[in-house]
Design a binder for this molecule. Sequence first.
Ligand SMILES: [Zn+2]
Ligand SMILES: [Zn+2]
Length: 348
Amino acid sequence: MATLRVAAKPEVAPMKVAQISKPGADFEIVEREIPEPGAGHVRIKVQACGVCHSDVLTKDGIWPGIQYPRVPGHEVAGIIDEVGGGVSAWEKGQRVGVGWHGSQDNTCRECRRGDFRNCRNLKIPGISYDGGYQQYMVAPVEALAAIPDTLNDVEAAPLLCAGITTYNSLRHSGAFPGDLVAVQGVGGLGHLGIQFANKFGYKVAAIGRGSENAALATKLGASVYIDSTATKAAEALQKLGGAQVILATAPSSKAMSELVDGLGPNGKLMVIGATFDPIEVTPIQLISGSRTIQGWSTGTPADSEDTLRFAELAGVRPMIETYPLEKADEAYARMLSGKAQFRVVLTM
Ligand SMILES: [Zn+2]
Ligand SMILES: [Zn+2]
């Protein structure tokens, strides 16, 4: 009689994730089983994930309808490790990134018009599903952007949110090469905005608080540095002829309000620094000189690929501080402090 052998289930080592168990809770490092990708999804072995200020939406439960526990992270760089059913355009071993655009529904009015960035049912990694603060992440193919070989993971990660946001807003701002473009804020977004603006051929005026970032702003490509604590930035911009575009990156509505008068004729205040406070502007300020104020949010994975390729081509790189996944709480606190130089990135 043959011996009945019960095959033991192969031991699969669990993975580590940094999760938030409820709104306002601290990060918990827990072990989970490595997830399997379903149809239309891939599993990514995460190599690096940027810590973005928008992760506060997950940490503090600000996003309506968010469910817990949730793993934050929408600046993900990694390697495809497994593909689910029906996936033909992506393969195992490919380097990919995932940014804010975590998939669209393809059926809403904006999607039907090809405006996927403004999908009414946009899914966001780290909010709608678990993001990149973990060793393995499952993502739908609509979220994937290919990473060029010469960009390493820790450099690519912040380009997938901070990078794409500055690059994509500037390239849609209407500014032409040679135009005066001001970048308000020399921080996580601003230090990338200055580099992109310089490489696009603009005359770049960096606006910062205090003199300590002047040398750095110049090194990143600004030809003018305006210390907003020492001079009225709007007047300084007018002395230069008025800005065609002011890229407002620092999350201060008051600072943004003070810049409107620095715009030249047909100038545009492009708002990407997120706050909940009102920007104050009078109709007269907008009417005289036909000025506009516009907001901009990130872009699609195709825009991410453009950002990464342009960064590769032009030598634009984020300045980063790295922390291991286990220190997610420390990394997050560092990002929140505003003292990081300039993007905080978790490594797995
Ligand atoms: Zn972000
Ligand atoms: Zn849609």
